[in-house]
Design a protein around this ligand. Structure first.
Ligand SMILES: C[S@@+](CC[C@H](N)C(=O)[O-])C[C@H]1O[C@@H](n2cnc3c(N)ncnc32)[C@H](O)[C@@H]1O
Length: 219
């Protein structure tokens, strides 16, 4: 039920190639979860093709990731040989690398999974965060996103699939949240900050609106 094979197909076709650190992630990490000690352990759920790795490399942390696409993992091993043992191929909704983490980040990765898998993964994240450790979530899609009306319902009312056009076309499952759902998913965490971001396309005036959540949760 976890990893969507569509991601592997997109990496094989070179059609999902975001290579720059996501600015919202940089801001939230530096403001709320700045690494402050030696051997600070960071886990990224789904590194993709590594857009956020240069940030963590420059911060000198011990970076780990679990990624489900063999193509993406192979590329990351070639590009970052020093992370060969830290970036593993697997389904992060099933298990995480051993040990405790000071920080777990997720930019638009858990949102490719259904509610049950997300709950599983968050239970594991909570267990493996140190006391006071942070979970930084970026670009968790909002139910106000106009595409929440498109595609077909998957296993639960928050997860949609089979989008035929737009940004989510051939992206497999996409999970959307409203405030209540996010608070429920993170009910054993303390929410430090939660922000809702939206952009509305004006021209062409086609009703398209991007809306997503950024947040920081603490154990
Ligand atoms: C939108 S990309 C984000 C990549 C990266 N976090 C970034 O910000 O550029 C989502 C990634 O999560 C991975 N992914 C989604 N669900 C997964 C799962 N259950 N286990 C492992 N990887 C998963 C996909 O293969 C994809 O690389």
């Amino acid at each position: 039920m976890g990893f969507s094979e569509e991601w592997e197909e997109r990496y094989q076709e070179n059609t999902q190639m975001s290579r720059w650190p996501w600015s919202d992630l940089v801001s939230l990490v530096m403001r709320y979860a700045r690494p402050d000690k030696k051997n600070f352990r960071v886990l990224e759920l789904g590194c993709g093709i590594g857009a956020n790795i240069p940030l963590f490399d420059s911060l000198g942390v011990d970076y780990y990731s679990v990624e489900g696409s063999p193509t993406a993992v192979k590329r990351m091993h070639q590009q970052y040989p020093h992370l060969k043992n830290n970036i593993s191929l697997g389904d992060f909704t099933l298990s995480l690398p051993d040990g405790e983490f000071d920080l777990i980040v997720d930019r638009a990765s858990l949102t490719s999974n259904n509610e049950q898998s997300i709950r599983n993964s968050l239970r594991n994240c909570y267990t493996q965060l140190v006391e006071g450790g942070k979970f930084v979530g970026v670009d968790w899609y909002s139910t106000k996103y106009s595409d929440y009306q498109n595609g077909e319902q998957a296993e639960d009312c928050w997860t949609r699939t089979n989008f035929t056009d737009g940004y989510f076309a051939r992206a497999g499952r996409v999970h959307f949240s409203d405030k209540g759902h996010l608070l429920d998913l993170f009910n054993n965490f303390k929410i430090v900050t939660m922000e809702h971001k939206s952009y509305k396309r004006v021209l062409p005036d086609d009703g398209w609106e991007l809306a997503s959540w950024n947040f920081v949760a603490e154990k």
